[in-house]
Design a protein around this ligand. Structure first.
Ligand code: SAH
Length: 344
């Protein structure tokens, strides 16, 4: 029988397994605490667990631990970019950022991605595989251990499309917000999607009031199709309606991400159209100057166009911010550290 990954289990699942071994139920609580609060990397560290049980755990479960293959630390703002090696040899990126409100980790949800957004480095080689909930938790646990600082915020905005890995993402969100674990508030978790409509609808029913961020990047279906293949499957109206359902169910205001690309989606006419599209949609726009990817010839909008774009939205009463860029000296576009590592 294939071993189960112990860190992916909910508390009640772990309890069921241990009771099957003939253990008293309280043992499950102790083991869970070692895994999700003390962030143990080996069963042998569990000092209050009997040796026989540790042997059984070893025999029946795997324990996912990520090893940093490379770390880059920004001299500008302390942002750290980690390249983690997975058990099967794949590598993924995670980023740690310090803000006045706390420390935030940006995690990857897949190795690669199959969504094909034209400006994105993570998708250039397609999807390799989904990450497990344990591998997503481990990105946070390892970073908290390595920095020695409590993580308070999570953004699921690294490589991958979270809703293309639906079951593991939901499991990850429940485990990371579990009070017997790191207990990160759902209000401090953001899930970013390119807009998979059936999964957004399904997510409405999970009862998880996180922040939903939609990657919009265009104000018309026509332009969006030139940037994001997913726009051929779902229209802007469909995806915005699904987001509206999420707002209605959770009361959580939406975020609309809009990467500004010179001469592609950054005109004032597009800002006007975007204002009309988002009027009454209960969200704010996050403008991101596009990170140029060397395999693509997209160019970042200049500062003046970005300011003008923002002013149009503001004049029309749409809340808007320009994303503060963290770790610019170590950045490159998302997914590029992994890419340069694989190709080297
Ligand atoms: N698949 C998810 C999350 C991953 S990417 C999604 O599509 O939302 C997180 C955000 O970064 C998305 O809004 C994505 O469109 C954007 N992004 C990707 N590559 C970028 C680049 N080169 N420059 C600016 N933003 C980029």
């Amino acid at each position: 029988m294939e071993k189960a990954e112990i860190k992916s289990l909910y508390p009640e699942e772990l309890k069921k397994r241990l009771v099957q071994f003939g253990e008293p139920p309280f043992r499950a609580g102790q083991v869970y605490e070692w895994l999700h609060q003390k962030l143990a990397t080996d069963f042998s560290q569990m000092t209050n667990i009997p040796k026989t049980l540790k042997e059984q755990l070893e025999q029946h479960f795997t324990l996912c631990v990520l090893e940093p293959a490379e770390v880059k630390i920004s001299r500008l703002d302390g942002t750290r970019k980690y390249l983690f090696r997975l058990a099967d040899g794949n590598v993924i990126e995670s980023v740690w950022m310090q803000y006045h409100h706390g420390n935030s980790v940006c995690i990857s949800s897949q190795v690669g991605c199959r969504m094909g957004c034209r400006f994105c480095a993570s998708t250039l080689d397609g999807l390799e595989r989904n990450l497990t909930a344990a591998e997503m938790l481990e990105q946070v646990y390892r970073i908290q251990t390595l920095t020695g600082k409590r993580v308070s915020h999570i953004v699921i905005m690294g490589s991958g499309e979270p809703f293309d890995n639906y079951d593991q993402i939901v499991r990850f969100i429940r485990l990371i917000s579990e009070e017997k674990g790191l207990n990160i508030s759902l209000r401090n978790i953001t899930v970013s999607t390119c807009g998979l409509v059936p999964e957004i609808r399904r997510f409405v029913g999970e009862g998880l009031p996180v922040t939903l961020a939609l990657s919009l990047h265009a104000s018309s279906d026509q332009v969006r199709k030139t940037l994001m293949p997913i726009a051929n499957r779902y229209s802007l109206n469909e995806v915005l309606d699904a987001c509206g359902e999420y707002f209605a169910a959770t009361g959580r205001r939406l975020t609309f991400e809009y990467s500004l690309i010179k001469n592609e989606n950054d005109s004032q006419a597009e800002a006007e159209a975007l204002s009309r599209l988002l009027k009454g949609r209960h969200g704010h726009v996050n403008l991101i100057p596009v990170n140029p990817v060397k395999e693509r010839n997209y160019v970042r909008s200049d500062r003046r166009s970005i300011e003008k774009f923002k002013n149009v939205l503001e004049k029309n009463g749409i809340p808007v911010t320009i994303r503060r860029e963290m770790g610019q000296d170590i950045h490159g576009a998302c997914g590029q550290l992994r890419r340069s590592f694989i190709l080297s």
